[in-house]
Write a protein that binds this ligand. Structure first.
Ligand code: CAA
Length: 359
């Protein structure tokens, strides 16, 4: 008997503060349209001093877990590149905060923004062998480049939590995926640096190259075409990025198909546009955005996913929406989370930013 595994539930947390990108543009002496159109960001989430990656992860996970999950979860896997400890994992704090059963494994995965995808795939492999058990996978990050840097408009913060189970009620993930790894220095953060070192334009090029490589490899393995998918979700460091990689492929499509993928891409980037880069969680934030902002998705639709983690690893994987998937969404809660945030002035944001660095 074939065991189907995938995402049973998906939850989100973003901090309660944000700044408007037009305000940031004015403060930096930049045309606002560079940020809102050129980069494709409208708002940027700002975490307050009392919210670190553990707090955000716990909030995202607590919003979806019930008492059955707490007993069935065998592993907590956290993908992050903003952890504050070289040894102890964010997952071990999370295990305690969520009151998970003790016969459980808790660990963290690091490979830039790819970490949570590695966790998700590992979780699926485990559940395929033990279909009565579940795994909690959490992506949690604070993206920080520094005040006045080119990367500043692509900062953000937030966490996405996913319960992986057998017969998932949201998305069944395929076994087949395609991967590509190459040792490149596009974005990295050595131990002695407060902020990542980034070769911005080179990182864009690597992202585009990796998408092309994994798609080529995926096609060779599966003989799939883009027409087999209803939507493609991308890791979105900023909302323009996925489209930069997708554009050459869109240009080869019929007008109808191009319009369909472009519409789904817009829906899949609404939340990212209002939050910014949440590194490991950005791809999954895009998936939530698609699910909660599209009115055309139906059970059986196939969704493709492009995960990219600088340094660098890329993966293309795919899944199928399950009958009744819409009952697994938290649309009202997530919209309230985003809409009830408080706007900070640029000065207030800078003050918080510098306090974190000084502390
Ligand atoms: N109106 C409209 N558009 C404008 C504009 C204006 N007034 N002025 C400029 N633009 C456009 C530019 O034409 C450009 O568009 P294209 O990319 O389509 O050519 C866009 O705005 C950005 O302009 P620049 O390329 O000049 O911007 P920049 O050099 O200041 O910085 C960046 C852009 C390199 C992405 C920078 O924000 C950065 O370094 N970000 C962090 C790194 C990053 O996110 N890399 C992405 C790939 S790596 C990854 O995905 C992993 C990860 O999460 C970090």
């Amino acid at each position: 008997m074939t065991v189907t595994v995938g995402i049973d539930k998906i939850g989100l947390y973003v901090p309660q503060y944000y700044i408007e990108m037009t305000e940031l543009a004015h403060a930096r002496g930049v045309e606002p349209s560079k940020y809102t159109i050129g980069i494709g960001q409208d708002k940027m989430a700002v975490p307050p001093l009392d919210q670190d990656v553990v707090a955000m992860a716990a909030n995202a996970a607590a919003s979806i877990l019930d008492e059955h999950d707490l007993l069935a979860i065998d592993q907590v896997i956290v993908g992050t590149e903003s952890a504050f400890d070289y040894s102890k994992s964010v997952a071990s704090y999370l295990h305690e905060l969520l009151d998970l059963q003790p016969y459980c494994k808790a660990y963290e995965i690091k490979q830039a923004c790819y970490g949570a995808t590695a966790g998700l795939q590992s979780a699926c492999d485990y559940v395929r062998l033990r279909p009565d058990r579940k795994i909690l996978v959490v992506a949690t990050d604070i993206a920080r480049y520094g005040l006045g840097t080119p990367g500043e408009p692509t900062q953000g913060a937030g966490a996405v939590a996913m319960v992986v189970s057998e017969s998932p009620r949201l998305l069944v993930l395929d076994n087949e995926t395609s991967l590509f790894t190459d040792d490149v220095m596009d974005f990295w953060r050595p131990n002695y640096e407060a902020y990542p070192l980034v070769d911005g334009q080179f990182s864009n090029e690597q992202y585009i190259r990796f998408f092309s490589e994994v798609w080529k490899n995926y096609q060779e393995k599966t003989h799939c075409e883009f027409s087999d998918f209803e939507a493609i979700c991308f890791h979105l460091p900023y909302t323009k990025m996925g489209m930069k990689a997708f554009k050459p492929f869109l240009e080869e499509m019929s007008e109808e198909e191009r319009e369909r993928f472009t519409a789904r891409y817009q829906e899949a980037s609404i939340y990212n546009r209002h939050v910014g880069n949440i590194y490991t969680g950005s791809l999954f934030l895009s998936f939530i955005s698609l699910l909660e902002n599209s009115s055309v998705l139906v059970a059986g639709d196939r969704i493709g996913f492009f995960s990219y983690g600088s340094g660098a690893v890329g993966e293309f994987f795919a899944g199928e929406l399950v009958e009744g998937f819409e009952n697994q969404l938290y649309i009202a809660e997530h919209k309230a989370l985003l809409e009830n945030r408080k706007m900070l002035t640029v000065e207030e944001y800078e003050e918080i930013f510098m306090e974190v660095v000084d502390s």
